[in-house]
Design a protein around this ligand. Sequence first.
Ligand code: ATP
Ligand code: MG
Length: 298
Amino acid sequence: MSSPGLPESPAEVARLLGTTGYLADDSLATVAWLALRMQRPLLLEGEPGTGKTSLAEALAAALGQPLVRLQCYEGIDATQALYDWDFPRQILHLRALEAVGAHDGTASVEEAEKSLYDERFLLARPVLAALQSSPAVLLVDEVDRADDEFEAFLLEVLSTYQVTIPELGTVTAATPPLVVLTSNRTRELHDALKRRCLYHWIDHPGLEREVEIVRCRAPEVSAALARQVVTLVQQLRLDEGLLKPPGVAETLDWARALTWLGTTELDLASAATTLGALVKYREDSDKVMAALDRVLAR
Ligand SMILES: Nc1ncnc2c1ncn2[C@@H]1O[C@H](COP(=O)(O)OP(=O)(O)OP(=O)(O)O)[C@@H](O)[C@H]1O
Ligand SMILES: [Mg+2]
């Protein structure tokens, strides 16, 4: 059951992701491989900064396929996701027709109308673009921000991988795109959408993997500093009850900021001046400073 171009095993997916700098554990590599094999959308949930969005980017790079990104937000609707007509260009076209028609008397209302809905006036938004350019990776980012109707629309597209444009006909993907949906779980998604997808919760990485991620993404950071930073961040996530525990993104930012300042070993002063890379709430800063005081002042 091999199909050309698709990785042969979860281990191969992990290896390919690794070449793009994304380090996936076995369970994530397996679910991504299954999504590819079974042609099912992949729904990723997890704390902020755990690598949900970047998995889609890494998969596209690893597979050598284009990434089409749909950022969801409150109030997004099908026109922003699917297609729209280029109204200004249609008007210009109409003017041009009028000018020519008035001149040689060939204008017919019906024909003019028809010519307005030509493919060249179609603006393909991400979902249509992904169907047209498949094989592709379609990232539907932060789907929990969109509303119920939009979710229902997505469900329909993800069930058929086709879209009907009344004036033009039906567009079907030659190969269904690999769809990656991410959610920060600000609200629960509907069961119907979940049922369509393979689901994976991405946890914060363990110590060794996070050190590896820092070494890989920020090679300028010394091995010793990377380990010190990650050890501290892992402790902060577990113990301090922060409003917003730092994700991998913040670990990377903090390690980079320290390195910019020439720090090779973490101390209280350098930690204090770079704290803005790690925590973004005043209450958290206070807690982190107190924790650093305990750990580093020894
Ligand atoms: N497993 C990993 N391997 C390599 N880099 C990673 C990994 N996990 C996270 N990162 C890095 O951490 C940063 C944050 O990742 P990303 O933006 O994908 O998180 P997210 O889960 O989408 O966060 P949010 O919920 O805030 O959108 C990125 O720079 C990404 O490259
Ligand atoms: Mg994201």
